[in-house]
Design a protein around this ligand. Structure first.
Ligand SMILES: Cc1ncc(COP(=O)(O)O)c(C=O)c1O
Length: 387
């Protein structure tokens, strides 16, 4: 990223628009789409250099593609890391990142706030390769410290967490892991690099479900891993090459378009989610609202230290919350659609059980609609509960 140096005085949001776009074929303001699997060479010796890793010329889209590369460079710049690699889904990125760190006989410590399938990958799949995982409440440094074993090679974090948006101390946890020579991976999908850059606190690999806010329009499925050039180059010739979870160039072209509006989308998601959270907290049917953007959040000091915003994700628990009540509220919503993903233009609601299986929360992804309309939708659904 040599150009970064000459751009170093520019704000990240300005760079986001310009980075990697110095050449404009035909004066086109939109970068071209290289929707091809293959790049050929005039001389066999040039291809041989690629095979010998003496040249990083494009040769095959499973390894790299210029359209995908543009989006990768922009994401790396936002995350403040040397490199980024895109994958065909968030889970492809997460599993590749984990597999790039651990080997047979290693042990992992994983936050209990991590995305369910990430936990299941570690709990159910990795033991067949001789990799064991201990799950710990990563809001509690002591609990994480006690979960470490002499063979712990990886600490996996996700802050804010996926459901209750627990805040984990990225700096303190990374320090703890590094003192024990373990690598740290953090899922940054919820905060996005607009509101949090885990690499600033020493996190080694930052992963994303790009399907969520970075894509932002619920029309692509993608993931990425950001980190040092050394780690990402090693991944390119192992996990990227061998697992082949390639991100399609057309989807990468769409992603570059999405990234241009990421900063303003995130501001809007946050503004509306704050209004929604304040409304929910004032409603008599609501017991608890989990939203890192609330000024009296119990982890306020930590939020101010490591985040500059709180995104559009929140969850809330009803008084005497039962599955039937959570379902009834979701079913009555008209603007919020019921669905599993999040981070898109559309507002979504989903009822989810907590670990005890009895208590239910409703998770909201606050979209780009007008906040007062979303609040009215919630008010109608909650008022219908009566008393
Ligand atoms: C926090 C988080 N990380 C990772 C993923 C997985 O991403 P993908 O669905 O793109 O594979 C998800 C998906 O919901 C998620 O919520």
């Amino acid at each position: 990223m040599d150009e970064l140096e000459s751009f170093s005085s520019l704000d990240k949001e300005t760079l986001l628009q310009h980075l990697g776009e110095e050449e404009r074929p035909f004066g086109a303001v939109v970068p071209p789409l290289y929707q091809n699997s293959l790049f050929t060479f005039e001389r066999a010796a040039d291809l041989e250099k690629v095979m010998l890793k003496e040249s990083d010329a494009y040769h095959y889209t499973r390894i790299a593609n210029p359209t995908t590369r543009l989006a990768e460079r922009k994401i790396a710049m936002l995350e403040g890391t040397e490199e980024c690699r895109l994958f065909g889904s968030g889970m492809a990125a997460i599993s590749a990142a984990i597999l790039s760190v651990v080997a047979q006989g290693d042990h992992v410590v994983c936050s209990t706030a991590a995305y369910g399938p990430t936990q299941n990958f570690l709990r159910e799949y990795m033991p067949k390769f001789g990799v064991a995982t201990t799950f710990a409440d990563a809001t509690n440094l002591q609990a994480v410290s006690e979960a470490f074993r002499p063979n712990t090679k990886l600490l996996y974090l996700e802050s804010p967490g996926s459901l209750q948006f627990e805040i984990q101390d990225l700096e303190a946890l990374t320090q703890l892991a590094h003192e024990r020579e373990a690598v740290v991976i953090a899922d940054n999908s919820t905060a996005t690099p607009i509101f949090q850059q885990p690499a600033r606190f020493g996190v080694d690999l930052v992963v994303h479900s790009v399907t969520k806010y970075l894509g932002g329009h619920s029309d692509i499925v993608a993931g990425c891993v950001c980190g040092s050039r050394e780690r990402l180059e090693a991944m390119t010739w192992r996990e990227v090459q061998f697992f082949g979870a390639t991100f399609d160039p057309f989807a990468a072209w769409l992603l570059t378009r999405s990234l241009r509006t990421l900063p303003i989308r995130m501001q809007r998601h946050q503004q509306s989610a704050t209004e929604v959270a304040l409304f929910l907290r004032s409603h008599p049917a609501v017991e608890v609202v989990n939203y890192p953007g609330l000024t009296d959040h119990p982890a306020r000091a930590l939020i101010e230290k490591q985040m500059t915003g709180a995104s559009g994700m929140l969850s809330f628990r009803l008084k005497n919350s039962s599955k039937a009540m959570a379902f009834a509220v979701c079913d009555r919503l008209q603007l919020f659609q019921i669905g599993v993903s999040w981070g898109g233009h559309e507002s979504l609601a989903i009822p989810v059980p907590l670990l005890d299986g009895e208590t239910w929360v409703i998770r909201l992804s606050v979209g780009l609609e007008t906040a007062s309309d979303l609040i009215e939708d919630l008010r109608r659904a909650l008022d219908a509960l009566g008393g």
